[in-house]
Design a protein around this ligand. Sequence first.
Ligand code: ADP
Ligand code: MG
Length: 341
Amino acid sequence: MRIWDFAGIMGMNLREIGEFGLINRIREWMAISHSDLVQGIGDDVAVIEMGEKALLVTTDILIEGIHFERSWINPYQLGGKALAVNLSDIAAMGGTPKYFLISIGLPKNLLYSFISSLYRGLKEEAKRFCVGLIGGDTSLSNKIVINICLLGEGKKENLLFRNGARVGDDLYVSGTLGDSALGLKILKKRGPKGEPKGLVEKHLSPFPRIKLGQAIAKHHLATSMIDISDGLLIDTFHILEESKVGARVWEGRIPLSKLYKKWILSYTKDPYQIALCGGEDYELLFTAPRVIRKRISSLSLSLKIPITCIGEILPKKEGFHIIRRDGKEYSPLHLGFDHFK
Ligand code: ADP
Ligand code: MG
């Protein structure tokens, strides 16, 4: 029996255990070792060896009232986003997405036009990333529920996991951070017509970094990689935990968009809080040895995607620190989004 059984975990609720605590328990309960299983629970996608190639499998759910409100997002955008969030997990491995299944729970009074529009959005996103729908399931539900399971492939030796970061590596992030979470704040306060549109759009229609992920993997430019879905701090922490290392992140180096900088102070006093902890950026966060800095700048230039070095990997015993712009250092207590907290 484990220590947490003795500690009375059976009487604890999910708020106390937290989303990631729960996933860690599930991982222990269901531990398996199959010779063809390269990666089970614990990364952005599961990886199964299939001869020359590896099969990649990931799933993500969107629930009305939790992940979206019908008054904020139109069905076309919802279809696109349901697929985009799954595509982003394949991007985080450096893989190629191929096929997907979709299971939907729908209320009886939902208009047919809503569903047809949702599937138009889905089809457009599928076309953009060359993936095809191969099945799913349909059920009655009080709220709209959309679950996609996306399959992809990759060369095993190129794939990037959360567990490869090494002491001395640089920590990089693509694009800009915080736009989506600020867009969500604007939606909550002002509805879908809220200004500026650019930030709201980042939240409603995220763009998965498939090409960037593939280029980083193909050219072996990273030691570990994850996509930022729950927030910079918590997703950095996932890399640190899986790689058994620590890190230092410079707040002032975090890339912020012009729109974010212009609007952030109208919504919160601390301009970095949302960029550090807000989720749904769907940017790539990766670690790479210092010696390939020049190659990473060339990749950024050739793909026209900003890539910024925001920190460095430390030995585990040094922990996880954020250096504020005034030079003060702190260890974050609240890392980011957790469904049950
Ligand atoms: P991501 O944010 O990249 O989608 P998650 O934090 O949702 O990743 O999940 C982390 C890992 O835990 C993944 O390997 C995922 O498949 C697994 N996972 C999440 N929820 C469950 C669950 N209820 N049962 C089994 N595995 C789960
Ligand atoms: Mg992910």
